[in-house]
Design a protein. Structure first.
Length: 555
């Protein structure tokens, strides 16, 4: 199926632009469909319509589609992954199959013989395919528990050092595989007094998944240490490592941290796709005037863009997305990170290593001799890094970095506290983005409602505390319900933001060393919306709930 010819023929792109996307697809191991849709050349619906028109093949989206898990399992999971196909509906004699390549006659004939059904092929994108793949694990928590219990019985005589024993390998692989399938960002393996617990962080919230014996826990910890090239006989000191493995035919990196605690060792493992996803600013939740402010700021060739928020608020994803917009052959991009979370093609990425004296400040200082156009500093942590970063932004470089502050206006006094001269902050800072991540409501089960008096009062109180200066409007909102396709009514996350643009009036306030509160008030009078306002707007659109917005911004 020639998507390239289709898009060029219908004026969605040029040959040169498409070939650039093809090259990027190879570099970051992403499908061309995902990049085409992620680059806003065409929507999934428009692509499906083009294929229907050209090849007379219907299309469908499996995202938010209610599918019977038993229908999905008519095709074995291994074959579904190999052929990139999902069974999504059936009648007595016909099986509807979503296929990323519905013109694959050999696969259609193979399925016809193997299932006994007449095969009705539909086009689906790879995003739809991976969504459908999750249905093979609808009772995943129970399955994980059963697999662990089965392997526990088989490993009664296994010692903690027997890391190559088949039951230990099975348990470890299952924990990793199911974490990826469930969309977890982190795996926590924690020893308690009698048993150890497995927890997954999904959409920012930790969920207990299963327990296993302390002996098995020790063996699993040792197995993960071996995979990560850590010392398996070191139990008294924390260790950090990393390893890669294939999960459902996707290469995933796992960042590992071990920590000694009273009952043994805790292992926390972060799941990282080996290459940065093809995010765009719209997909992250930027919109309207805020989106335009960001786009204007990244067009500049000098100055500083700061992203602020607590750990786990999506700052790195925002920076990588901005870098992906800036990443062209005409510029030299250098980053110093701790750690490097995603690899990016044509970007020179350096890992901080305090043991050998490679700090943020030292890395940044060295970059200035590497003829950079754009520099990303993972985090401004100290006076020295702040000073070098500001001076780099002042001397012809575009600098991107993060700070730990609660709001956008708080970034300015924080920099001045780091002994950066106020006039330098005023002259170099382009924009400050403050953000949090909220869980997205499941479109399958969310329910429309209006706030009651208590909820309206709580929200009004938060508006007043944060100085919004407006009344809360009790329009229609949506609440989480919960169904078999989501996590307690939520599925995925989206950002809520406040964007502080450094205009002439704000520069004047910075030079006078005015407080963050004064800067915020003036910025609001110039049209800046606070995070709670952006959150409420997204709640009214049904993207998230009021409870979620309050959870992440409430004081």
């Amino acid at each position: 199926m020639d998507i390239k010819e289709l898009l060029i023929k219908n004026n969605y792109t040029s040959k040169e632009e498409y070939e650039k996307l093809e090259e990027k697809s190879k570099q970051i191991s992403s499908s061309i469909e995902e990049l085409v849709i992620g680059s806003n050349l065409i929507t999934e619906e428009e692509l499906g319509n083009l294929i229907t028109k050209e090849y007379s093949i219907p299309h469908t989206s499996l995202i938010h589609k209610t599918i019977n898990p038993e229908t999905v399992k008519i095709i074995p999971e291994k074959i579904a992954i190999e052929k990139k196909i999902i069974a999504f509906d059936k009648s007595e004699s016909t099986l509807k199959i979503g296929m990323t390549n519905p013109r694959d006659i050999n696969t259609i004939e193979f399925l016809k013989k193997g299932t006994g059904y007449i095969i009705d092929p539909y086009f689906i994108t790879e995003t739809s395919f991976f969504e459908g793949l999750k249905l093979y694990k609808t009772s995943i928590k129970e399955e994980l528990k059963n697999i662990i219990e089965k392997n526990e019985k088989e490993s009664k005589d296994v010692k903690s050092e027997d890391t190559e024993a088949l039951p230990i390998i099975n348990i470890t692989n299952t924990i990793l595989e199911y974490a990826k399938t469930m969309g977890a960002s982190d795996i926590h393996l924690e020893p308690l007094e009698e048993r150890a617990v497995i927890r997954y962080r999904i959409d920012g919230i930790l969920h207990d998944q299963a327990t296993y014996s302390l002996d098995i826990h020790k063996a699993v910890v040792a197995r993960i240490k071996i995979l990560s090239n850590l010392k398996i006989d070191e139990h008294r000191l924390p260790q950090d490592g990393r390893f890669k493995t294939l999960v459902n035919d996707q290469e995933i990196s796992f960042r590992v941290s071990t920590m000694p605690v009273y009952f043994g060792e805790v292992v926390v493992t972060r799941l990282l796709e080996d290459n940065a996803k093809s995010y765009n600013l719209e997909a992250l939740g930027f919109r309207g005037g805020d989106l335009e402010k960001i786009k204007d700021s990244i067009k500049r060739t000098v100055g500083m863009i700061l992203v602020t928020g607590p750990t786990g608020s999506g700052k790195s994803t925002t920076l990588y997305t901005i870098l992906s917009q800036l990443n062209t052959p005409e510029v030299n991009i250098n980053t110093v990170e701790d750690p490097i979370e995603y690899t990016m093609p044509r970007v020179n990425q350096t890992q901080v290593s305090a043991n050998i004296g490679l700090t943020f400040a030292n890395g940044l200082r060295s970059f200035l001799r590497q003829d950079p156009d754009i520099i990303m500093v993972g985090e401004i942590r100290d006076n020295e890094t702040a000073d070098i970063a500001i001076n780099a932004a002042m001397t012809g470089h575009l600098v991107l970095s993060t700070l730990h502050t609660n709001d956008a206006s708080g970034a300015i006094p924080r920099l001045i506290d780091m002994q950066v001269e106020s006039f330098l902050v005023a002259s170099t800072l382009n924009v400050v983005i403050a953000q949090r991540l909220v869980r997205k409501l499941c479109n399958t089960c969310k329910k429309e409602y209006k706030m009651d008096a208590k909820e309206l009062s709580i929200l009004s109180e938060q508006y007043e505390k944060k100085g919004v200066g407006k009344k809360v409007t009790n329009n229609k909102y949506y609440k989480a319900v919960g169904c078999e396709y989501c996590n307690n009514g939520y599925k995925g996350r989206i950002g809520i933001y406040e964007i502080l643009e450094i205009n002439d009036k704000i520069k004047e306030l910075i030079t006078k060393k005015e407080s963050g509160e004064v800067i915020q008030k003036i910025a609001q009078s110039n049209g800046m919306s606070l995070m709670i306002e952006d959150g409420l707007a997204k709640a009214s659109e049904g993207l998230t709930s009021i409870e979620e917005v309050l959870r992440v911004v409430k004081e």
